[in-house]
Design a protein around this ligand. Structure first.
Ligand code: HQG
Length: 180
């Protein structure tokens, strides 16, 4: 039976971002997992799929959630980690404006505390409003913030661009946020 791609994508996100130990896997410091080892450990833990299924998910992922190493032997999540990883991305100058989609129920707290990474390693920002809206909709009725990334950059805040184009930063203080 063909492996369900959405199910496998969710499983890979879970293991590669949050709980590698759930299948007895250890990620490298930059978040990489050996593909053969991942497949073997997943199968031994009851999630059955083949290397080709995994490569199919990597290739078809709408958000390009997973990256392959240059030698093709390893896989990692491009972003979204809650486990501590040092992705090794160089700090980059961000576009002057970035966007963050959230749910309306978080707006008051965000306006007082700023954007915090919560369970993840970074605050995730989008380069366009439509993507931010989709991200916000995952949490409820969406609300979009415009982030003064240019101002933050001048102020010394570091930005990174994940392999899939998502922008990452440590936190966004309220003075750099405006509601749309
Ligand atoms: C909110 C998905 C209260 C924040 C997406 C967000 C993204 C606060 C939620 C990636 C807060 C955390 C990440 C504060 C932030 N008070 N709430 N001070 N600061 N928040 O899921 O950005 O599909 O951890 O606004 O596309 O929604 O999984 O972060 O609503 O790229 O590949 O706390 O995950 O990618 O939620 O999403 P999340 P996110 P995938």
């Amino acid at each position: 039976m063909a492996v369900d791609q959405i199910h496998l994508s969710r499983f890979l996100s879970f293991v590669l971002r949050h709980k590698p130990d759930e299948i007895g896997l250890t990620l490298g410091p930059e978040g990489w997992a050996n593909i053969d080892e991942l497949v073997e450990k997943a199968n031994a833990s009851g999630t059955k799929f083949a290397r080709a299924d995994l490569l199919g998910v990597v290739a078809s992922s709408d958000k390009k959630r997973f990256s392959l190493s240059a030698d093709g032997l390893s896989i990692r999540a491009a972003q979204g980690h809650s486990v501590p990883v040092e992705l090794g991305l160089p700090p980059r100058e961000p576009p002057s404006i970035l966007y963050h989609g959230t749910a309306t129920r978080f707006v008051e707290a965000i306006l007082s505390e700023g954007l915090k990474p919560q369970a993840r390693q970074h605050v995730h920002l989008s380069s366009d409003e439509a993507t931010a809206k989709r991200v916000g909709q995952r949490h409820g009725l969406p609300h979009i913030f415009r982030v003064n990334a240019g101002g933050m950059h001048i102020g010394g805040y570091k930005f990174y661009r994940a392999d899939n184009g998502v922008w990452l930063t440590g936190r966004v203080p309220p003075e750099f946020l405006a509601s749309i």
